[in-house]
Unconditional design. Structure first.
Length: 148
């Protein structure tokens, strides 16, 4: 069940503990609005939440399933559809990250360059070395994690 007020309650509890950036995974404006009221930053999810918190939202993870649905539908039309996992992201246009003007210009430019590098394939965000919480290397330098 979708409890809009609970998201705001959770954010307020975190803000009381000193959190200065909140992130929600509910596609609800309530946490964004709580962040706006309390003067902390926020990250939106599923759609661009900036209009709910213009002084709070740094970015939103914007999901656009249209590219995948178009490709899947075309594969059905072409009698080529196969059941498989889909891991679309920035490169495929399934995810966008609009960076707010609240982010300082040099940081925004760096973030936009990183996004461009991920889209072009020049950067894999889960490349080694990656260590676990105990400091044990799990993915060595020069190796990228699989999508699975």
């Amino acid at each position: 069940r979708f409890y809009t007020g609970k998201g705001a309650d959770a954010d307020n509890a975190l803000i009381e503990q000193g959190v200065d950036v909140v992130f929600q995974h509910t596609d609800s404006p309530a946490p964004i609005q709580a962040a706006e009221r309390r003067g902390v930053y926020a990250v939106g999810y599923a759609s661009d939440m900036a209009h709910f918190g213009p002084k709070a939202v740094l970015t939103s993870i914007v999901n656009d399933w249209a590219p995948h649905y178009i490709q899947a539908t075309q594969s059905v039309i072409d009698h080529a559809w196969k059941s498989q996992d889909y891991w679309g992201g920035l490169k495929e246009g399934t995810v966008e990250l609009p960076i707010s003007d609240l982010v300082p210009a040099p940081v925004k430019a760096e973030a936009e360059q990183i996004i461009a590098d991920i889209k072009s394939g020049a950067l894999h965000p889960f490349s080694g070395p990656i260590k676990d919480q105990a400091g044990v290397e799990k993915i060595p330098a020069g190796v990228s994690a699989t999508k699975a």
